[in-house]
Design a protein around this ligand. Structure first.
Ligand code: IPE
Ligand code: IPE
Ligand code: MG
Length: 235
Protein backbone atom coordinates (compact mmCIF):
# COMPACT_ATOMS: atom_id res chain seq x y z
CA UNK A 1 0.00 0.00 0.00
CA UNK A 2 1.19 3.49 -0.74
CA UNK A 3 0.58 6.56 1.32
CA UNK A 4 -2.83 6.90 2.87
CA UNK A 5 -4.84 9.72 1.36
CA UNK A 6 -5.53 12.69 3.57
CA UNK A 7 -8.49 11.66 5.65
CA UNK A 8 -11.57 13.76 5.95
CA UNK A 9 -11.94 16.17 8.76
CA UNK A 10 -15.60 15.24 9.06
CA UNK A 11 -17.17 15.02 12.45
CA UNK A 12 -19.22 12.00 13.46
CA UNK A 13 -22.36 13.59 12.00
CA UNK A 14 -20.82 13.92 8.53
CA UNK A 15 -20.43 17.61 9.11
CA UNK A 16 -17.95 19.68 7.17
CA UNK A 17 -15.18 21.22 9.23
CA UNK A 18 -13.57 23.30 6.53
CA UNK A 19 -15.53 25.05 3.79
CA UNK A 20 -14.01 27.36 1.19
CA UNK A 21 -15.92 29.73 -1.06
CA UNK A 22 -15.03 31.38 -4.34
CA UNK A 23 -17.15 34.50 -3.90
CA UNK A 24 -17.95 35.30 -7.52
CA UNK A 25 -20.56 37.40 -9.29
CA UNK A 26 -20.39 40.86 -7.72
CA UNK A 27 -19.93 42.52 -11.11
CA UNK A 28 -22.84 40.68 -12.72
CA UNK A 29 -25.05 41.42 -9.70
CA UNK A 30 -24.42 45.13 -10.24
CA UNK A 31 -24.74 44.96 -14.02
CA UNK A 32 -28.16 43.32 -13.77
CA UNK A 33 -29.31 46.36 -11.83
CA UNK A 34 -27.56 48.98 -13.95
CA UNK A 35 -25.25 49.81 -11.05
CA UNK A 36 -21.47 50.32 -11.02
CA UNK A 37 -19.34 47.27 -10.22
CA UNK A 38 -18.19 49.01 -7.03
CA UNK A 39 -21.71 48.71 -5.64
CA UNK A 40 -21.65 44.99 -6.40
CA UNK A 41 -18.43 44.70 -4.40
CA UNK A 42 -19.97 46.68 -1.52
CA UNK A 43 -22.90 44.31 -1.45
CA UNK A 44 -20.43 41.45 -1.64
CA UNK A 45 -18.82 42.66 1.59
CA UNK A 46 -22.25 42.69 3.22
CA UNK A 47 -22.71 39.07 2.17
CA UNK A 48 -19.37 38.24 3.84
CA UNK A 49 -20.43 40.00 7.03
CA UNK A 50 -23.77 38.14 7.13
CA UNK A 51 -22.05 34.83 6.59
CA UNK A 52 -19.31 35.30 9.16
CA UNK A 53 -21.97 36.22 11.75
CA UNK A 54 -23.83 33.01 10.97
CA UNK A 55 -21.07 30.39 10.90
CA UNK A 56 -20.65 30.02 14.65
CA UNK A 57 -23.63 27.67 15.17
CA UNK A 58 -22.75 25.76 11.98
CA UNK A 59 -19.86 24.16 13.85
CA UNK A 60 -17.28 24.92 11.19
CA UNK A 61 -13.67 25.02 12.28
CA UNK A 62 -12.69 27.02 9.27
CA UNK A 63 -14.27 29.12 6.54
CA UNK A 64 -11.88 30.14 3.77
CA UNK A 65 -12.93 32.97 1.45
CA UNK A 66 -11.36 33.88 -1.88
CA UNK A 67 -11.37 37.68 -1.76
CA UNK A 68 -8.67 38.76 -4.21
CA UNK A 69 -6.69 36.59 -6.58
CA UNK A 70 -3.17 37.20 -7.82
CA UNK A 71 -4.79 37.57 -11.25
CA UNK A 72 -7.26 40.23 -10.10
CA UNK A 73 -4.52 42.87 -10.53
CA UNK A 74 -5.41 42.66 -14.23
CA UNK A 75 -8.60 44.64 -13.51
CA UNK A 76 -8.79 48.40 -13.96
CA UNK A 77 -6.91 50.54 -11.48
CA UNK A 78 -10.22 51.99 -10.29
CA UNK A 79 -11.69 48.59 -9.55
CA UNK A 80 -8.55 47.41 -7.74
CA UNK A 81 -8.60 50.64 -5.69
CA UNK A 82 -12.25 50.07 -4.83
CA UNK A 83 -11.52 46.54 -3.68
CA UNK A 84 -8.53 47.63 -1.56
CA UNK A 85 -10.54 50.44 0.01
CA UNK A 86 -13.37 48.05 0.82
CA UNK A 87 -10.85 45.81 2.51
CA UNK A 88 -9.52 48.70 4.60
CA UNK A 89 -13.05 49.69 5.62
CA UNK A 90 -14.10 46.14 6.39
CA UNK A 91 -11.16 45.52 8.71
CA UNK A 92 -11.84 48.80 10.52
CA UNK A 93 -15.56 48.23 10.90
CA UNK A 94 -15.63 44.52 11.71
CA UNK A 95 -12.45 43.68 13.58
CA UNK A 96 -13.88 44.34 17.06
CA UNK A 97 -16.82 42.08 16.29
CA UNK A 98 -14.49 39.30 15.12
CA UNK A 99 -12.56 39.53 18.38
CA UNK A 100 -15.78 39.51 20.44
CA UNK A 101 -17.13 36.50 18.55
CA UNK A 102 -14.03 34.33 18.78
CA UNK A 103 -13.11 34.58 15.12
CA UNK A 104 -9.47 33.83 14.42
CA UNK A 105 -8.31 35.55 11.27
CA UNK A 106 -5.82 33.94 8.93
CA UNK A 107 -4.60 35.31 5.63
CA UNK A 108 -3.37 33.14 2.79
CA UNK A 109 -1.65 34.31 -0.37
CA UNK A 110 1.08 36.85 -0.96
CA UNK A 111 -0.58 39.43 1.30
CA UNK A 112 2.69 40.99 2.42
CA UNK A 113 2.90 42.48 -1.08
CA UNK A 114 -0.26 44.55 -0.56
CA UNK A 115 -0.08 48.26 0.29
CA UNK A 116 1.94 48.84 3.51
CA UNK A 117 -1.04 50.29 5.40
CA UNK A 118 -3.13 47.22 4.59
CA UNK A 119 -0.29 44.91 5.63
CA UNK A 120 -0.07 46.79 8.95
CA UNK A 121 -3.84 46.56 9.47
CA UNK A 122 -3.78 42.85 8.73
CA UNK A 123 -0.87 42.23 11.08
CA UNK A 124 -2.78 44.02 13.82
CA UNK A 125 -5.94 42.05 13.01
CA UNK A 126 -4.05 38.75 13.09
CA UNK A 127 -2.59 39.63 16.45
CA UNK A 128 -5.90 40.77 17.94
CA UNK A 129 -7.82 37.70 16.76
CA UNK A 130 -5.11 35.18 17.63
CA UNK A 131 -7.07 33.76 20.58
CA UNK A 132 -10.15 33.01 18.47
CA UNK A 133 -11.42 29.46 18.03
CA UNK A 134 -13.15 29.54 14.64
CA UNK A 135 -10.86 30.37 11.75
CA UNK A 136 -11.78 32.80 9.02
CA UNK A 137 -9.11 32.39 6.38
CA UNK A 138 -9.10 35.09 3.73
CA UNK A 139 -7.24 34.59 0.46
CA UNK A 140 -5.65 37.89 -0.54
CA UNK A 141 -3.39 38.25 -3.54
CA UNK A 142 -3.69 34.49 -3.61
CA UNK A 143 -2.76 32.16 -6.46
CA UNK A 144 -2.64 28.45 -5.88
CA UNK A 145 0.04 27.61 -8.44
CA UNK A 146 2.33 30.16 -6.87
CA UNK A 147 1.55 28.83 -3.39
CA UNK A 148 2.45 25.28 -4.49
CA UNK A 149 5.65 26.41 -6.23
CA UNK A 150 6.72 28.36 -3.13
CA UNK A 151 5.90 25.41 -0.88
CA UNK A 152 7.83 22.98 -3.08
CA UNK A 153 10.87 25.26 -3.11
CA UNK A 154 10.73 25.54 0.69
CA UNK A 155 10.28 21.79 1.06
CA UNK A 156 13.36 21.28 -1.14
CA UNK A 157 15.44 23.47 1.15
CA UNK A 158 14.68 21.15 4.05
CA UNK A 159 14.95 17.73 2.38
CA UNK A 160 13.01 15.54 0.02
CA UNK A 161 10.15 17.01 -2.00
CA UNK A 162 7.16 14.82 -1.24
CA UNK A 163 3.41 15.46 -1.08
CA UNK A 164 3.72 15.62 2.71
CA UNK A 165 6.67 17.99 2.72
CA UNK A 166 4.95 20.29 0.22
CA UNK A 167 1.71 20.18 2.18
CA UNK A 168 3.61 21.20 5.33
CA UNK A 169 4.78 24.39 3.59
CA UNK A 170 1.48 25.48 2.07
CA UNK A 171 -0.15 28.64 3.41
CA UNK A 172 -2.96 26.37 4.62
CA UNK A 173 -0.65 23.93 6.45
CA UNK A 174 -2.33 24.63 9.81
CA UNK A 175 -5.93 24.42 8.58
CA UNK A 176 -8.09 21.30 8.66
CA UNK A 177 -8.40 19.34 5.38
CA UNK A 178 -10.71 21.04 2.92
CA UNK A 179 -14.11 19.34 2.95
CA UNK A 180 -16.25 21.45 0.67
CA UNK A 181 -15.46 24.01 -2.00
CA UNK A 182 -18.30 26.24 -3.17
CA UNK A 183 -18.29 28.66 -6.10
CA UNK A 184 -21.10 31.10 -6.67
CA UNK A 185 -22.28 32.78 -9.88
CA UNK A 186 -22.55 29.72 -12.12
CA UNK A 187 -18.93 29.60 -13.28
CA UNK A 188 -17.56 26.07 -13.14
CA UNK A 189 -13.84 26.57 -12.64
CA UNK A 190 -11.37 26.99 -9.80
CA UNK A 191 -9.60 30.14 -11.02
CA UNK A 192 -6.33 29.18 -9.31
CA UNK A 193 -7.88 28.62 -5.86
CA UNK A 194 -6.79 25.81 -3.51
CA UNK A 195 -5.79 23.45 -6.34
CA UNK A 196 -3.75 21.23 -4.04
CA UNK A 197 -6.17 21.34 -1.13
CA UNK A 198 -9.13 20.46 -3.36
CA UNK A 199 -7.67 17.05 -4.31
CA UNK A 200 -10.44 15.24 -2.43
CA UNK A 201 -12.75 18.08 -1.50
CA UNK A 202 -16.39 17.92 -2.46
CA UNK A 203 -17.40 20.67 -4.86
CA UNK A 204 -20.57 22.65 -5.24
CA UNK A 205 -21.24 25.20 -7.98
CA UNK A 206 -24.28 27.37 -7.42
CA UNK A 207 -25.87 29.97 -9.70
CA UNK A 208 -26.49 32.48 -6.90
CA UNK A 209 -24.47 35.66 -7.40
CA UNK A 210 -22.27 36.37 -4.39
CA UNK A 211 -24.14 39.47 -3.08
CA UNK A 212 -27.30 37.32 -2.93
CA UNK A 213 -25.59 34.51 -0.99
CA UNK A 214 -27.21 34.08 2.42
CA UNK A 215 -26.40 31.90 5.43
CA UNK A 216 -29.33 29.69 4.33
CA UNK A 217 -27.41 28.91 1.14
CA UNK A 218 -24.42 27.80 3.17
CA UNK A 219 -26.66 25.68 5.38
CA UNK A 220 -28.13 24.03 2.26
CA UNK A 221 -24.61 23.36 1.01
CA UNK A 222 -23.67 21.78 4.33
CA UNK A 223 -26.79 19.60 4.22
CA UNK A 224 -25.90 18.53 0.68
CA UNK A 225 -22.34 17.78 1.80
CA UNK A 226 -23.56 15.62 4.70
CA UNK A 227 -25.41 13.38 2.22
CA UNK A 228 -22.39 12.75 0.03
CA UNK A 229 -20.25 9.66 0.20
CA UNK A 230 -16.54 10.36 0.12
CA UNK A 231 -14.39 7.50 -1.07
CA UNK A 232 -10.83 8.75 -1.47
CA UNK A 233 -10.25 6.16 -4.16
CA UNK A 234 -11.16 3.21 -1.92
CA UNK A 235 -14.34 1.18 -1.72
C1 IPE B 1 -16.02 38.56 -7.34
O1 IPE B 1 -16.91 39.18 -8.21
C2 IPE B 1 -15.17 39.56 -6.61
C3 IPE B 1 -13.75 39.51 -6.97
C4 IPE B 1 -13.21 38.75 -7.88
C5 IPE B 1 -12.86 40.40 -6.25
P1 IPE B 1 -16.48 39.62 -9.68
O2 IPE B 1 -15.98 41.03 -9.63
O3 IPE B 1 -15.55 38.64 -10.27
O4 IPE B 1 -17.89 39.56 -10.42
P2 IPE B 1 -18.18 39.09 -11.90
O5 IPE B 1 -17.57 37.74 -12.07
O6 IPE B 1 -17.57 40.12 -12.79
O7 IPE B 1 -19.67 39.05 -11.97
C1 IPE C 1 -12.09 34.38 -8.73
O1 IPE C 1 -13.04 35.10 -9.45
C2 IPE C 1 -11.43 35.26 -7.72
C3 IPE C 1 -12.25 35.68 -6.60
C4 IPE C 1 -13.50 35.35 -6.39
C5 IPE C 1 -11.58 36.52 -5.64
P1 IPE C 1 -12.70 35.80 -10.85
O2 IPE C 1 -13.93 36.48 -11.26
O3 IPE C 1 -11.47 36.60 -10.72
O4 IPE C 1 -12.38 34.53 -11.77
P2 IPE C 1 -12.46 34.36 -13.34
O5 IPE C 1 -11.70 35.50 -13.94
O6 IPE C 1 -13.92 34.42 -13.71
O7 IPE C 1 -11.87 33.03 -13.62
MG1 MG D 1 -15.80 36.99 -11.41
Amino acid sequence: MGDQPATSGKSAENGARHVAIIMDGNGRWAKKRGLPRAIGHQRGVEAVRRLVRAVEPMNLDCLTLYAFSSENWKRSEDEVDDLMNLMRRFIKSDLAEFVANGVKLKIIGDWQALAPDIVAMLEDALERTSKGTQTLAVALNYGSQHEIARAAAKAGEHGAITPESIQAQLDTHDLPPLDLLIRTSGEIRLSNFLLWQAAYAEMLFVDTLWPDFKPEHLQEALDDFARRERRYGGR
